[in-house]
Design a protein around this ligand. Sequence first.
Ligand code: ZN
Ligand code: ZN
Ligand code: ZN
Length: 229
Amino acid sequence: MDTLGLATTVKQTQSLIMADRKKKIKAIGERKRAIVKVAASAPRRRSRRVAGEEAETTTGEQGDRYMSEPQYTEETYSSDHVRSLGRSQEPWELFVDGYDAKGNRIYDKATGLTCHQCRQKTLGKRTSCSQCESLQGVFCGDCLYMRYGENLDEVACNPSWVCPPCRDLCNCSFHRSKRGWCPTGTLYRKSIAEGYASVAHYLVLTQLDGAEAVETAKKLGWWTQDQAH
Ligand SMILES: [Zn+2]
Ligand SMILES: [Zn+2]
Ligand SMILES: [Zn+2]
């Protein structure tokens, strides 16, 4: 009986130990989960505080609000952008091609091609890009001249012409907002008044990134005393 009693005690002790272990394991598990929780939340708090502006692009609780917002990049232009600026031999006559006698644009939903810049489906000539060969390279003559300083009739004679989006020069509202830049609005008059050939020339030449880009602008004859600001 004694032996049996001892055996019972041992069994009881063992089960007590097991229960205790289970409790400990559970406690450790809870602690671990708690640590994981802290670890997961800590970097988020840190990044918001330290990263400042960039924190707006993070996802998660706070970030969700900004998810549809574009990534902010500073608007500057390199030598490559300067070299990509177009030039016209002759001026393009504005508000004629695709306009009626009264000066209104002639819309043509059936056969008109949508201009990438003004998004209008009107009659009139259009560009086509030798690189993307897509709708992205379709510009009307007025947009091409006012926004990029190029003459559509001259461009049409150049089989290797490449569109502004393919040259990383597009200043349409879609491409600008993709980079987090606000739309320019009608900047043409201001650009011309300040001595620039187009809106693209104004944007690029007033926001050159470094001495090399300035040198390139000078070499290509885009840099005048008036533009040195
Ligand atoms: Zn247009
Ligand atoms: Zn293109
Ligand atoms: Zn564009």
